[in-house]
Design a binder for this molecule. Sequence first.
Ligand SMILES: NC(=O)c1ccc[n+]([C@@H]2O[C@H](COP(=O)([O-])OP(=O)(O)OC[C@H]3O[C@@H](n4cnc5c(N)ncnc54)[C@H](OP(=O)(O)O)[C@@H]3O)[C@@H](O)[C@H]2O)c1
Length: 337
Amino acid sequence: MGKEKIRWGLLGAGVIIDRWIKGAMQVEDMEIAAVASRTAESARHMAEKYGIPEVMSYGELLGRDDIDAVYVPVPHTAHKDLTIRALEAGKNVLVEKPAAVTAADFEEMAACAKKNGKFLMEAVWTRFFPLAGKLEEVLKEGAIGDLRLMQSSFSFRSTPEAAPRLFDPARAGGALLDVGVYDLHFADMVFGRQPDAITGMASMDTDSLHLKVDEQNSFIARYENGALAVMTSAVRTTMPDTAWLFGTEGSIEIPVFWKPQKMHLVTDTRDEWIEAPVSQKIEGIEDEGYQYEIRHVNDCIRSGLTQSPVMTWEKTGNVLTLCDQLRARWGLRYPFE
Ligand SMILES: NC(=O)c1ccc[n+]([C@@H]2O[C@H](COP(=O)([O-])OP(=O)(O)OC[C@H]3O[C@@H](n4cnc5c(N)ncnc54)[C@H](OP(=O)(O)O)[C@@H]3O)[C@@H](O)[C@H]2O)c1
């Protein structure tokens, strides 16, 4: 691939797109060439708002050979089919989290990327924040000794009226697949390996709304050296979305760990906040931090890679395997399974 800008197509025009585009606008070597939707109205609205030149159907966008990469920000249940269609059409793909509903589905997607020689990555943007790099350094230099326990929660209280997808079993709703995956990816980031075992509990159908998905859950992963990750996610209970890391020689607190910009390191000799704010270059447009994953994808595509060295297929598969195990334990099966 030459020096020209990477041309992106957006497959969908839902809630997340509006936030992601603000990150894409910070990135120099790309342009958003087109946005597609099943209903032209939502795509047209997005195109007008952000000056995207063309609006078309999913099929038309995938048929365009002047588009290099697509972003797949649709409900979890539509990730697999749309990703496979895009890869078969010769596109590089950034697919939203969770990359698929099950580990087996993701395996098919990864095999398709391999077969077509195209790039595929799950959009776990947390891994690309500058603070994530600083955290890795601090852990590597042993600032808190051996990491013994991580505690994290990502949760909020919502309703089916406000966010229908989250509560719809037919769209793989529930807390684990929507936000619990952030806890699991964060555990993978800080421990750097798959746990030996995972267990947990979930609350389903516990109030007058009779929700058939996990309203809240709590799960614990155990690593071979006895370290633990104690995690919670919820769509019906608000808790602080902070991660804490406790080591043999100190601790680190990371507020809003899923889009981290600062951390509090405390040891016998240090008590300091380490900061790495998201950079902004466009007045009035605030990126929450999507620019870093997008730059990474562009770099990978320019290097001709099929997978990211950071957000590997193996890591995506590992997290989805843990989700499969937890859902089996909770008896949470979606109607299409
Ligand atoms: N990285 C993040 O920070 C972040 C934040 C929020 C969400 N997400 C992820 O992004 C994905 C989308 O979330 P969202 O809240 O944006 O979802 P959403 O608003 O419910 O849906 C997004 C769009 O998907 C399109 N779509 C395509 N196929 C569909 C199908 N079979 N059923 C329903 N809609 C379909 C719809 O567009 P048309 O009707 O116009 O075709 C819809 O506007 C989820 O997987 C979620 O986990 C990520």
